[in-house]
Ligand binder design. Structure first.
Ligand code: BTN
Length: 252
C-alpha cells in the first residue's frame, strides 16, 4: 500500500524524533523520518531506545493539524495522537495474525511482552496543537535482545516470519493516515475511545500496580480511559481513580 506521505529513510541518524523536529518548518502537512539505525534513540522517562541495525522500524511521523481540525488541534485532545498511533500498530499487527494489546498510554504488548514503544512530542502555539512528533519503535525482525531489556519481543519471535521494513512502514503510514483522516471529520472522539478501551492491556482484570506518587503498591482493575485520556482504575476500596502518565507503575 503506497501512501502520498513523504517518507525519508536514513541509514544512520541520532534520533528520528530529533530529525523530525529539524524539519518542523517544512511545508508538509505530514511527513515521516525513518532510520535503519539511531545512535541516540530516545525512549520514555529519559530512557534510551536501542534497536538492532536494519532489523526493526524506528521512525517518526510529523503532523501539523490544520487550525480548522477541531479534534486534533485542541490542546485538550493531545492523547488522540497517542490513540490513533497505538491503534494503527495494533491494526498492522492484526493483519499479520497477531493479537496485540495497548498498555496505556501507548506501549504495544503481545501477551506480557513489549513489541513497540512510542515517544510523542507535541508543540503548542496560540493555545492549539501546532505539531505532533510521533516516534515509534516497532520490533519486527530482531530475534535476540540485550539482557537488560525487561520483556522485549518482536514480530519475528511471535510469528517466526520476517517482514520487509520499507513495505511494513508504508503499510503502517497508510493505516495511520486512514485513522487520522477519519477522526478529523468527526466532532467527538467517543468511537475511537471505545475502540482503544477494547484493546487495553489488562482491562477488567485484577492486577498489581504501583502508585508512583506514594510508592505504594495496590491491587486494581483498569476500567478504561477518561475524556482527557487519563487511566481509570478501580482501587481496592472500589472507588475509581484517574492516573496521569508517570503516576502509575505496572507490576509485571
Ligand atoms: C519507549 O520508551 O517505549 C518509547 C520508545 C520510542 C522509540 C522511538 S524509535 C523512533 C523514535 N525516535 C526516537 O528517538 N525515539 C522514538
Amino acid at each position: 500500500m503506497k501512501t502520498e506521505i513523504p517518507i525519508r529513510w536514513y541509514k544512520c541518524i541520532d534520533s528520528t524524533n530529533s530529525e523530525a523536529r529539524r524539519h518542523m518548518d517544512d511545508n508538509d502537512k505530514m511527513s515521516v523520518y525513518a532510520a535503519e539505525y539511531q545512535t541516540a534513540g530516545r525512549g520514555q522517562r529519559g530512557n534510551k531506545w536501542s534497536s538492532a541495525s536494519g532489523e526493526n522500524l524506528t521512525f517518526s511521523i510529523l503532523v501539523h493539524p490544520e487550525p480548522g481540525n477541531r479534534l486534533f488541534s485542541d490542546i485538550h485532545n493531545q492523547f488522540l495522537f497517542s490513540i490513533i498511533s497505538a491503534l494503527s500498530i495494533t491494526d498492522f499487527l492484526s493483519g499479520k495474525g497477531v493479537d496485540a494489546t495497548i498498555k496505556w498510554p501507548n506501549d504495544i504488548y503481545v501477551r506480557d511482552k513489549k513489541i513497540c514503544g512510542m515517544l510523542i512530542e507535541n508543540t503548542i502555539s496560540n493555545q492549539a496543537i501546532s505539531s505532533s512528533i510521533i516516534g515509534i519503535g516497532l520490533n519486527l525482525n530482531q530475534s535476540e535482545f540485550p539482557a537488560e531489556l525487561m520483556n522485549p519481543t518482536s514480530l519475528f519471535l511471535v510469528t517466526r516470519k520476517s517482514v520487509e521494513l520499507k513495505g511494513a512502514l508504508e503499510e503502517i503510514i497508510g493505516l495511520f493516515l486512514k485513522r487520522y483522516e477519519k477522526l478529523s471529520c468527526e466532532s467527538k472522539p467517543e468511537g475511537i475511545i471505545n475502540e482503544f478501551e477494547s484493546k487495553m492491556y489488562r482491562k477488567g482484570q485484577c492486577h498489581q500496580y504501583r502508585d508512583c506518587l506514594t510508592e505504594e503498591t495496590f491491587t486494581g482493575i483498569i476500567k478504561g480511559i477518561s475524556e482527557e485520556g487519563m487511566l481509570l482504575m478501580e482501587m481496592p476500596d472500589k472507588s475509581i481513580r484517574k492516573f496521569a502518565f508517570k503516576e502509575l507503575g505496572y507490576i509485571l
